[in-house]
Design a protein around this ligand. Sequence first.
Ligand SMILES: [Zn+2]
Length: 431
Amino acid sequence: MSDTTILLGQTLVFDAAPFEAGPDAARHERRGAVAVRDGAILATGPAEGIAARYPQSKTVDYGDKLILPGFVDAHAHYPQTAIIASWGKRLIDWLNTYTFPEEMRFSDPAYAAEIAVRYLDLLLANGTTSVASYCTIHPASVTAFFEAAEARNMRVAAGKTCMDRNAPERLRDDAQTAHDQSKALIEAWHGRGRASYVITPRFSPTSTPEQLEALGALWAAHPDCLMQTHLSEQTDEIDWVLGLFPNARDYLDTYERFGLLGPNAMFGHAIHLTGRERDRLAEVDAALIHCPTSNTFIGSGLFDMSLARNLRVGLATDTGGGSSFSMLRTMASAYEVSQLRGMALHPAHLIWLATEGTARAMRMADRIGTLAPGSDADLVILDLASTPAIAQAAARAGDIWEAVFPTIMMGDDRAVADVWVAGRPVRGIQT
Ligand SMILES: [Zn+2]
C-alpha cells in the first residue's frame, strides 16, 4: 500500500495563463495543501478540505512558506557550468574564447559525468526540477547527463549539440554522423523513465545545409521529439547567418527550409525578429525561449515579452551565457528587461513563466509546471523571508504578490526551503 503525504503551506494555482487572463487567473490559498502519492499530485486545495479527504496521510507542514511547482528551465548548456560568469565577450568570441575549449573536455566521459552531477545538484539547490539542456558534440556527454538525471529521477530533455562547420575540428561532426548519433541517442533515451530527447543543431552558422537537412529528416521521423536551437540572438550574428545562407529570406528560414520549424521547436533568444518571422512562428505554434540574464550579460538585446500574448514563451537561464543557475534571478532579470521595454510584468506573469509557461513551451504542461492532480509531484517550497533584506520588505506585504515579489527580485538558493522530485524530498542529494 502506498502512502499519501500532505504538504501544507501557501499555494498558488493558475486557472488560465496570466498573459491571456491577467493576474486574476491565479488563486492563492493562505493555508493550502498539496496531497502527493506515488510520485504524483493527488489533489491541491484548501488545507482543511484536503486533510478531510485523506485522513490517514502523513503531513509535512511548511507553515507560511509558498509551495509552487518546481521551476522549469527551457534552455541551458550544462557543459558550460564551470565557465559561468566569464568576463568580457559577446556571442561569437564568447563561443571561441570560453565555450569551445570547455566543450572539448567533454570527450572525456568521466569529466562529462562530473559536470552533469554538479550541474543537476546546482539546479535542485535552486529549486529547478526540470530543464532542457544542450550537451556537446560527444554522445557520451548526453549519456552522462541522462544518467545523472535518472539517478535523481528528474524529468529532463537534452540532446547532442550538432556542428559541422565554423567550430574547432575536435568539435565538428558531419551531416551523417550527426544524424546517426542523434538517432542512436533517441533510441537509447527518448521516453526512458523521465528522459526526453531533443534534436539539437547548435545554430545555423555551425551547421552546413546538409547537416540541417539531415536533422530535419531525423525530426520528421521522430516528430514527438522536441527540437532546440538558437535564433536571432545578436545583430552581427544575423548578418553572418544571412551571408552563409544567401538564399534565405531571414534567419528563421535557414531552419524552415530544412524542415526544422514545427510545433515542437524551441528557439532560444529570438530577440531581433522580423515581422515575417514573428508571424510564421505564431502560425506554426513554435516556442520562443527568453534567456534574460544571458541577453544582458552577453549584450544581446531586449526580448519583447508582449510576444507572449500570442506565442508560447518559455523562460531560461542559458547557463553559462546566462549568469545564474537560479530561476528566481532569471525572473528578476525578465522583469528588468521588460521594464526597459515599457512593460511591467506582474509577479503572476513571472511565476507562471518559470513554471507552467515554460512547461508549455516544452510541451510538458500535462506532466510538470502545475499543481494539477495527476501531474508529477515536482515541487519547490519557497521561504518568503529568507534574508533580513527580503524579510523586512515582505513584512509590509498586503497580499501574496507583495509578499513574493521581494523574493523574486532578491532571492537566491537561500529562499529554496525544500524541493520535491517525483514525490520525494531530495534537497541535498549526495552521490
Ligand atoms: Zn544557448
